[in-house]
Design a protein around this ligand. Structure first.
Ligand SMILES: Nc1nc2c(c(=O)[nH]1)N[C@H]1C(S)=C(S)[C@@H](COP(=O)(O)O)O[C@H]1N2
Ligand SMILES: [Mo]
Length: 220
């Protein structure tokens, strides 16, 4: 910025930037004082821990697919090229893991869930989504949480392609819920007419997982 060399701003870049700014604004990240930024029971880390079921699938972009199925007007199966033809967005958000670490200011790039929803058009009967991944992992969340401005299917972190250990080539990021809802290596999104438990949710974790009210376990 300010070097006088920028290409004239197109309508598209302006719109994208507006979305990104709205996303920041909606979560209150800019306005929220530092003291209110860390959810209860969390501590801050500077590194980025790796957590998963222990098997990290390696998926070549050529064989990658994302199937979007269930209660939708326009279910699709996207390959790598079709996925990248969708609008690309940037988001800045904090990570809150149920194991009590939080990490601030993660810069993500990918496809906003809102843009995906515009494409597949969930039916009014759709209330929840089930995310499924290449390692067999599943996690459920309310459609309204999946659809927030901040949520995306990320391909990049801090300007670099997402590493395999962190869920590359494509992972979900829903930053306002505990990080177990953010499926790594995602390959299927199913729209449901009722809530259904995913992997950790069947094993005692909360159906929603809001870190601000410590929805850690199902009895909470
Ligand atoms: N496919 C898949 N996604 C997953 C998991 C997993 O085991 N498999 N673990 C979840 C949990 S419990 C956490 S805390 C985060 C960890 O993401 P990270 O390894 O990039 O920090 O991924 C979530 N998404
Ligand atoms: Mo986790």
């Amino acid at each position: 910025m300010g070097d006088g060399n920028e290409a004239p701003e197109s309508k598209l870049t302006r719109t994208k930037r507006n979305w990104a700014e709205q996303g920041k604004f909606l979560t209150g990240r800019i306005a929220r004082p530092q003291s209110d930024r860390l959810p209860p029971g969390q501590h801050l880390v500077k590194n980025w821990p790796v957590l998963d079921l222990g098997q990290q699938p390696v998926i070549r972009p050529e064989s990658w697919r994302l199937d979007i199925v269930g209660e939708a007007e326009n279910p699709v199966s996207l390959d790598w090229r079709a996925f990248h033809a969708l609008p690309q967005s940037d988001r800045l958000s904090d990570i809150h893991c149920v194991t009590t670490w939080s990490r601030y200011d993660n810069r993500w790039q990918g496809v906003a869930t809102r843009d995906l929803l515009d494409l597949v058009m969930p039916k009014p009967s759709a209330t929840h989504v089930m995310l499924s991944s290449y390692d067999g992992y599943t996690t459920n969340l309310p459609l309204a949480d999946f659809a927030v401005e901040d949520a995306l299917l990320a391909t990049h972190w801090e300007g670099e392609p997402l590493t395999a250990e962190h869920g590359g080539p494509v992972r979900v990021v829903v930053p306002h819920l505990y990080f177990w809802k953010s499926a790594k290596w995602v390959n299927r999104i199913e729209f449901l007419t009722a809530d259904r438990a995913g992997f950790w949710e069947r094993n005692g974790y909360h159906m929603r997982g809001d870190p601000w009210v410590e929805e850690r376990y199902s009895g909470d």
